[in-house]
Design a binder for this molecule. Structure first.
Ligand code: ADP
Ligand code: MG
Length: 628
């Protein structure tokens, strides 16, 4: 018989980079490797258990679910064994030789740019899963026998770039992951230390994690007994008051992969029409997955303590993908299929309840712990804005959760739509906002001068997502929302008459300017300018300047830039001078020069870039030269 060959294979290149990082970076939480291996073992058990719901035969009588840790000090090895689904030759190449995480590229890119101090933290957020074994091991061996197979396969690697595969023996289905512990990491062979790590990170896993312990038997005899070291308490099934903050923290860390505490715990027991228990966590900060877009939305779904799905998307809308947790619903059949879960009226009902609970928890936080809420809002508020654009039923609750800068808020402070609406004077009918990149530039925008004079506040929107969300919100509690550069306060009859009369006198100048400054759609007198000579405002129905800039930055703009309207302030000395130049001599080239200069100033004020800055500088210098 020919000897089965040992195959030598290479890791895919992205995985090589990840491994390189893991083995060569200072990593502050090396003990999480054990959590990762236990969690994989658990997943493998859940998989075979789930598959066996359709076909009991698959179990081959091997259903005493267990994850066993064996530390061998002499050999310097730690083995994590399970009787889960196992992997065959192809599955092992697929699962342990490539990396499927979609955010990996972005993560590596970011890591390269981050400075050395923030690097370990970044790596900490990246769920390295199985490969975290290489933080503490210089060699890892995996022996696995897949369900329904008679032979096993052995995978060996030092985490440098290659691994070998060869046929092996294993008496039953399951997987052994054996770590050859590095010299400087020998603490991970100490049973006491292992126990402590399991308690910290894996106490709640559903399946028993066991270790052999030596106990004194009769007389001097020693007996070896298998001891379960995790408590396996399903927190969500206990009553609310019985769960301590420490238990919540540990469970949250285990299921979210974060290292901090949750911002808010939602422990809910649904009774009446739908019976279910939910334990949800709102995080303080954006996890790696949320940041790099590889997030799986939805809490875990259990049916009577049996995990059916790791992420059940039907239980929470995708904008709430920052929420992690568990939902246990006894009313679902155990063998429910994924397809059936998609449009299941029961889950839809649960989802409606959970969304209300999450939004209510955030509202409570906003009232009772504003400073914490502010931090949350800055990190994760954009998800709520995303929801505002999608979840019509909860529009008002979501709108109430948003915080805004405004002309009147002090630095570091925010306002809400409710506070804004409350402070609106009698004659102000619309909630006004202005969108752009920088708070300071927006607050001083010439187009807001009329509101400043009236002492009306204006919300200042500085997040790109605002441009897509706020204009889609028609009103807040009956008060329409309106972009401040698309609206002017109604004029009193005498003001209106004055403006009309002045317009008559300016007509020839405006016609001349329009002919010479082709970039603008129209030139007209302004009723909103109270100090500045000029400003640009968007035409009805046309895109605003900042949205246009944003789309261009995103590479989405295919159209020609839209033409804006140039408004001039008839009271301003420069505008008066311009009028005088034109009246004295319509052909005076200073008309175009000064007109252009005002247009360019308005462009700068709205945050846009000048097409030809040096021509602008020449015009400025000429003007200054005339004065001095
Ligand atoms: P993740 O668990 O997020 O998928 P990991 O890096 O932890 O990522 O594991 C990669 C894959 O390797 C798993 O998805 C699984 O298919 C496989 N795997 C790892 N450990 C085991 C195990 N003990 N039994 C069966 N399959 C495993
Ligand atoms: Mg894993």
């Amino acid at each position: 018989m020919t000897q089965p060959a040992v195959e030598k294979l290479e890791f895919k290149s992205e995985l090589r980079q990840v491994l390189n990082l893991i083995t060569h970076s200072l990593y502050s939480h090396r003990e999480v490797f054990l959590r990762e291996l236990i969690s994989n073992a658990c997943d493998a058990i859940d998989k075979i258990r789930f598959n066996s719901l359709q076909n009991e035969q698959l179990l081959e009588g091997n259903r005493d679910w267990k994850i066993k840790l064996v530390a061998d000090k002499e050999a310097g090895t730690l083995t994590v064994s399970d009787n889960g689904v196992g992997m065959d030759h192809d599955a092992i190449i697929e699962n342990l030789g490539t990396i499927a995480k979609s955010g990996t590229k972005a993560f590596l890119e970011n890591l390269k740019q981050a400075d050395a101090a923030t690097r370990p933290e970044l790596i900490g957020q990246f769920g390295v899963g199985f490969y975290s074994a290489f933080m503490v091991a210089d060699q890892v061996t995996v022996v696995s026998r897949a369900a329904g197979q008679s032979g096993a396969v052995k995978w060996v690697s030092d985490g440098q770039g290659e691994y070998t595969l060869e046929p092996a023996e294993r008496d039953r289905r399951g997987t052994d992951v054996t770590l050859h512990i590095k010299d400087e990491e020998k603490e991970f062979l100490d049973p006491w230390r292992l126990r402590q790590i399991v308690k910290q990170f894996s106490d709640f896993v559903e399946h028993p994690v066991v270790m052999d312990v030596e106990k004194s038997g009769e007389g001097d005899a020693k007996v070896i007994e298998e001891e379960v070291i995790n408590s396996r308490k399903a927190l969500w099934l206990r009553s609310k008051g019985d769960v301590t903050q420490d238990e919540h923290n540990a469970f949250y860390q285990q299921i979210s992969g974060n290292f901090d505490e949750p911002l808010k715990v939602i422990h809910y027991s649904g009774e009446g029409t739908v019976e279910f228990k939910a334990l949800l966590y709102i995080p303080k900060t954006k996890s790696f997955d949320l940041q790099y877009g590889d997030v799986k939305a939805g809490p875990k779904l259990y049916v009577n303590r049996v995990q059916i799905m790791d992420h059940c998307e039907a239980l929470l809308p995708s904008y709430l993908r920052f929420v992690t947790g568990v939902v246990d619903c006894a009313d679902l059949p155990l063998n429910v299929s994924r397809e059936l879960l998609q449009h299941n009226p029961l889950l839809e009902k649960i989802q409606r309840i959970l969304v209300k609970q999450v939004l209510k928890a955030l509202e409570d936080l906003k009232t009772s712990a504003y400073d914490d809420y502010l931090v949350f809002h800055d990190e994760l508020g954009n998800f709520l804005k995303e929801g505002l654009g999608r979840d019509w039923n909860n529009r008002e609750a979501l709108a109430d959760l948003l915080l805004f800068h405004s002309v009147k808020t002090e630095a570091g402070k925010r306002t809400t739509l409710a506070q804004y609406a409350e402070a609106m004077p009698e004659d102000q009918k619309e909630i006004l906002y202005l969108a752009g990149e920088q708070r300071s530039a927006l607050a001083n925008a010439p187009c807001l001068e009329v509101y400043r004079e009236k002492d009306w506040d204006v919300l200042l929107l500085t997040e790109p997502i605002d441009e897509f969300v706020l204009p889609g919100l028609p009103d807040y509690k009956g008060k329409p929302l309106k972009a401040a550069d698309r609206s002017v306060p109604e004029l009193k009859p005498e003001e209106k008459a004055r403006l009309e009369a002045a317009t008559e006198g300016f007509k020839p100048l405006f016609e001349a300017l329009q002919g010479r400054i082709q970039e603008v759609k129209e030139v007209r007198l302004s009723s909103r300018l109270k100090g500045s000579p000029a400003c640009l405002v968007p035409d009805e129905g046309a895109m605003g300047a900042s949205l246009e800039r944003l789309l261009r930055k995103m590479g989405r703009s295919t159209e020609e830039p839209s033409k804006r309207i140039l408004e001039l302030n008839p009271e301003h000395p420069l505008v008066k001078t311009l009028q005088a130049f034109h009246q004295q001599n319509a052909g005076d080239e200073r008309v175009e020069n000064l007109g252009r200069l005002l247009y360019e100033e308005a462009l700068i004020a709205e945050g846009s870039r000048l097409e030809d800055p040096s021509a602008f500088i020449k015009r400025i210098n000429a003007l200054v030269g005339e004065k001095f």
